[in-house]
Design a binder for this molecule. Structure first.
Ligand SMILES: Cc1cc2nc3c(=O)[nH]c(=O)nc-3n(C[C@H](O)[C@H](O)[C@H](O)COP(=O)(O)OP(=O)(O)OC[C@H]3O[C@@H](n4cnc5c(N)ncnc54)[C@H](O)[C@@H]3O)c2cc1C
Length: 496
């Protein structure tokens, strides 16, 4: 099977779709992971996504591949270990091309309290890494450094009273939506049908009505098992699911505002223990500042919005560590996402981050909670449940050893580094497939995305319109002014 997703394939596969072994609803990280897991066990699988791949929470994350340290802090050893193991699989086997080690730097400023505790946490993080057998050559050991290296990693940090820094490493994705698209394409390569702009309704344990949101046409599809992987929307698909979403907000800056850091400036939230705000260097010359955790009851919006209070909180907290305060005038973009937390009472920050696989009285199998880092394990558990509950015949889970597209491939020497960071060993295929003029040129002045990537998004990555390209296949849209500048060139390549 080819990995190319595009409008033609979508039309043909939707037209022919009548019944499958597993129907997966939702094209976020959990859904695409489940489709890959099922397809690589030899099951016939179709995934339907109402809008676009990575339309929901999966594109609003901090883009970290966590070792689970924060779960350890609250005594949830099992969740912490699971995170560390999944991080290891991603960074060593399945997606090393999309993840790098990022230094997280806690500056030892007079305002930073509980230093012994932070240090102990970092050492525990090292122990987690070692238990998962991730070598220190990949994720260097935690250490204390002097003021000069602290400032070299995070140049904007205040020099006033700076007594060095505590440094620990974690995994960082080049982009969360790229991970989703890469998994979806790997699933397609293994035989999965992946359909965007197809909404599921009237969902039962063995069927669903699928509506093509482009043509408005509906059809009923039968399945031996139906997996609901719709994140914060899970309760809309299956009324027996009760979630308690929590909103997390990030702000986007030019990297220059933070002095082009190589590390993530990680600042304790005053008055709390174990909570931090971080300014994380990202692709496209940006720094992203996060993160909040706010109860978000009520109807689930398509795109959650940051509140003024959250923006003020993030700026005020990071400014405790800066000589030159950052202000709203420096903010180039802002985004918020909803964590699909399972309702269990208490504060949202305390709600279990572990995933759950639940079967409704109707027989719908819901997989929800968890995080990007643990998607593979979530998918394995969901497909195991589908096989057990429906008596399906399938091979054991293989995804620990299935490299995602781009994890290997021909030499990328001579290609733009940013292209290679997003496509890994598949970068040359992006250029080879290009028919646009000047494929290696930037899509717009100062925006580090090539014209070839924009074309590839449509011919191979299932982008159906300009917004799919600007907001999901690339992340140009995280800065609205950049999206405005790139739009005309993207439209020209799409011929729209
Ligand atoms: C602010 C924030 C920061 C985070 N940071 C990290 C991090 O750094 N590292 C980490 O590991 N995790 C992180 N997480 C957690 C992680 O992002 C989420 O757990 C994960 O993305 C959830 O993915 P999902 O596929 O379950 O849901 P989603 O990504 O929301 O996907 C659900 C999909 O279902 C589709 N859908 C809904 N209804 C239907 C229907 N009826 N028919 C068809 N499709 C439908 C939606 O359009 C959507 O695309 C963070 C979460 C938040 C909110």
């Amino acid at each position: 099977m080819t990995a190319a997703l595009n409008a033609g394939r979508r039309r043909a596969e939707l037209e022919a779709l009548t019944d499958v072994d597993v129907l997966v609803i939702g094209g976020g990280i959990t859904g695409v992971g489940t489709a890959l897991d099922a397809a690589t066990r030899g099951l016939r699988v179709a995934l339907v996504e109402a809008r676009d791949l990575a339309f929901g929470t999966s594109r609003w994350s901090s883009k970290l591949v966590h070792g689970g340290l924060r779960y350890l802090a609250s005594g949830r050893v099992g969740v912490a270990r699971e995170s560390a193991v999944e991080r290891h699989i991603l960074m060593t086997r399945t997606a090393p091309h999309l993840i790098r080690a990022v230094p997280q730097v806690v500056p030892l400023l007079p305002s930073v309290k509980h230093r012994a505790l932070i240090r102990a946490g970092f050492i525990a993080g090292d122990a987690l890494r070692a238990t998962a057998r991730t070598p220190a050559s990949l994720l260097p050991r935690a250490r204390r450094v002097d003021a000069a290296p602290t400032r070299a990693l995070t140049p904007a940090v205040s020099a006033n009273g700076l007594d060095g820094g505590l440094v620990a490493h974690d995994g960082q994705l080049v982009d969360d939506a790229r991970l989703v698209v890469t998994i979806a394409r790997t699933a397609a390569e293994n035989g999965a049908i992946v359909l965007t702009r197809v909404k599921a309704s009237d969902v039962t344990g063995t069927s669903a009505t699928l509506t093509d949101t482009i043509t408005g046409e509906s059809r009923t599809v039968r399945a031996k098992a139906v997996v609901n992987a719709t994140g914060v929307w899970a309760g809309e698909v299956d009324a027996s699911i009760r979630l308690r979403p929590s909103r997390g907000t990030h702000l986007v800056f030019d990297a220059a505002t933070f002095g082009h850091p190589r590390g993530a400036l990680t600042v304790p939230v005053p008055g709390s223990i174990g909570r931090f705000v971080f300014a994380l260097p990202q692709q496209l010359g940006r720094v992203v500042l996060g993160l909040t955790d706010e109860d978000a009851p009520g109807p689930v919006p398509d795109e959650p919005k940051p509140t003024d209070g959250e923006i003020d909180f993030l700026l005020a907290t990071i400014n405790t560590a800066l000589d030159e305060p950052v202000t709203r005038a420096d903010v180039r973009g802002a985004f918020a996402g909803l964590r699909p937390l399972i309702e269990s009472g208490g504060d949202t920050a305390d709600l279990s981050r572990r995933h759950a696989v639940l079967e409704s009285p109707q027989g719908v199998i819901t997989v929800v909670g968890g995080k990007l880092t643990t998607y593979r394990r979530m998918a394995e558990d969901a497909v195991d449940a589908a096989i057990r509950l429906r008596g399906l015949t399938a091979a054991p889970c293989r995804t620990r050893d299935v490299p995602l597209i781009g994890a290997g491939g021909p030499s990328t020497s001579g290609l733009p580094l940013s292209l290679v960071a997003r496509h890994g060993g598949a970068a040359r295929a992006v250029i080879d497939a290009a028919t646009v003029a000047n494929p290696l040129d930037a899509i717009a002045e100062g925006i580090d995305v090539t014209r070839a990537e924009v074309e590839f998004a449509v011919t191979h990555e299932g982008a159906l319109d300009v917004d799919d390209v600007l907001h999901r296949r690339t992340r140009i849209g995280l800065v609205p002014a950049d999206a405005d500048r790139a739009r005309a060139a993207v439209e020209e390549i799409l011929g729209s």
